[in-house]
Write a new protein. Structure first.
Length: 380
C-alpha cells in the first residue's frame, strides 16, 4: 500500500532536515505540512547556533547533542546551499555573554570553567576588553565571556533553501494540507494518514516532526507526547546590525545582527497556548533591555515584531525515537529553544533509525519519546 517509504509530518526545519537526510539515504520521501513550509517556530527563530550560551548548567546528553549538531553545521549548510543554489547566511560572529553588573559575572565564570573542556575556546574578558570587542555596549558593563565557536544562520532563508534542496533531491513536498484528520497503523503495510485538504496518503513509515502541535498525536498512538507551546516574542531594529559585531547574550535577552541590516532581539518565554500575537508587555521588555545593553537603542522602537511557538517538553530535551511497540512511527519533536541548531543531528539520528541502526544509544537513550511515561524498572 505504501506510496512512499517515509512520510514526514511537519514541514519545519526538523521535518525538512529529516526528509532531506532520508532522501540522501535512498528512501522515497513525502513531507506533508498543514500550512506553508517553515511557517511556524522555524521561520520565527533568530537562528542562533549557540550550544555553549544555551547550556550554562553542565555537560549532559543534551549539551552533547547540541555540540555534535554544531560540528555538523558547516557541512550541512554547504550541502544545502550547493543543492538549492540559495544562501542560508551562516555567519561566524562568535558570541559574547555580557555581565552588566559584577554579580552577573559568576554564572559566566562557572560556565567557562567546565565548557573549556568541551571545545568552547571561550575567554573571560574584563570591561576594557569587552568594549574593544563590542564598542557600542553600555559603558558600565562589568565584563563578559567571549565564545568564538558560536555562529548563526538566517533561519527563514535556511528553511527556504532546505525546502528547495529537498525538492531537487526528489522529496515530494505537500504544503497547505490542512490538519491531519486521521492516522492509522496498518500492520505489515505501514501507515495511512488523511488530511483536510489532501485526503488519504500512505507510506511505509511516518516521522512526526509536528513541533508544538505534537501532543494531539496521542489520540492515534499508544504514547502520550508531552509537548506544549511556549511563545517567543521577538523584534528587529532595522539598520542596527552594523553597530553590533557579535551575538550578544545577557541574562534577559539576546541580540543578533543579520545580513539584511536588521538587529534581532529576542525573546520572551511565555505560556499563552497557541496564541502567536505579540504583546506590548513582551516587546516592551525587550526594548527596555535593548536600551540598557546598547544605549544607542534607548528610546528607539523596533520596526518589526513577531512571535513563534517553541515546542517545549518537561525537561527541555527533545523527543527523538520510535514509538514503543510501533516501530513504523518515529517522533522527532520538542526541540524547544534549539530546533535550528539541532536539525542536522536530529536528521542524522532519524536517518540511522530509518536504516535500522540503534541510534539513541549514543546519548544513553536520553531522548526516548516515552521517557516521561515509562514504568520504573521497564527496559529501554
Ligand atoms: N533559541 C533562542 C530562543 O528560543 O529564543
Amino acid at each position: 500500500m505504501a506510496g512512499s517509504d517515509v512520510l514526514v509530518v511537519g514541514g519545519g526545519i526538523i521535518g525538512l532536515a529529516a526528509a532531506w537526510e532520508a532522501a540522501k539515504r535512498g528512501f522515497r520521501v513525502t513531507v506533508v505540512e498543514k500550512e506553508g513550509f517553515g511557517g511556524q517556530a522555524s521561520g520565527a527563530a533568530a537562528g542562533m547556533l549557540a550550544p555553549y550560551s544555551e547550556n550554562p548548567e553542565g555537560p549532559d546528553p543534551f549539551f552533547r547533542l547540541c555540540l555534535d549538531s554544531l560540528s555538523m553545521y558547516p557541512e550541512f549548510v554547504r550541502e544545502i546551499e550547493e543543492t538549492s543554489g540559495m544562501d542560508a547566511e551562516l555567519r561566524r560572529t562568535g558570541s559574547l555573554g555580557v555581565a552588566l553588573h559584577e554579580a552577573d559575572l559568576l554564572p559566566l565564570l562557572s560556565r567557562s570553567a567546565w565548557q573549556l573542556a568541551y571545545g568552547a575556546s571561550c575567554e573571560l574578558v574584563d570591561a576594557d576588553a569587552l568594549r574593544r570587542l563590542e564598542p557600542r555596549l553600555a559603558a558600565g558593563a562589568a565584563g563578559g565571556l567571549w565564545c568564538p565557536a558560536e555562529s548563526h544562520v538566517q533561519a527563514p532563508k535556511l528553511v527556504r533553501a532546505l525546502e528547495e534542496a529537498c525538492r531537487r533531491s526528489g522529496v515530494a513536498l505537500l504544503g497547505n494540507a490542512g490538519d491531519v484528520t486521521d492516522f492509522e497503523i496498518v500492520r505489515e503495510a505501514g501507515v495511512s494518514l488523511a488530511t483536510e485538504r489532501l485526503g488519504k496518503l500512505s507510506a511505509g513509515r511516518a516521522v512526526l516532526c509536528t513541533g508544538a502541535w505534537s501532543a494531539s498525536w496521542a489520540r492515534w498512538l499508544p504514547l502520550s507526547i508531552p509537548v506544549h507551546p511556549v511563545r517567543g516574542q521577538i523584534c528587529a531594529y532595522e539598520g542596527a546590525a552594523s553597530e553590533v559585531r557579535h551575538m550578544v547574550f545577557s541574562s534577559q535577552a539576546y541580540w543578533v545582527g543579520k545580513n539584511d541590516g536588521s538587529l534581532v532581539c529576542g525573546a520572551s518565554e511565555d505560556v499563552a497556548g497557541f496564541e502567536r500575537s505579540v504583546t506590548a508587555q513582551g516587546i516592551g521588555r525587550l526594548t527596555r533591555w535593548s536600551g540598557r545593553m546598547f544605549p544607542f537603542l534607548a528610546g528607539v522602537g523596533p520596526l518589526r515584531s513577531w512571535a513563534g511557538l517553541r515546542p517545549a517538553t518537561r525537561d527541555g530535551w527533545p523527543l527523538i525515537g520510535p514509538v514503543p511497540e510501533v516501530p513504523e512511527v518515529i517522533v522527532a519533536a520538542g526541540h524547544y529553544r534549539n530546533g535550528i541548531l539541532l536539525s542536522p543531528a536530529t536528521a542524522a539520528l532519524v536517518g540511522d533509525m530509518l536504516d535500522g541502526k540503534g541510534a539513541g544509544a549514543a546519548y544513553g537513550n536520553a531522548f526516548a519519546p516515552d521517557r516521561f511515561t515509562r514504568r520504573k524498572g521497564a527496559a529501554g
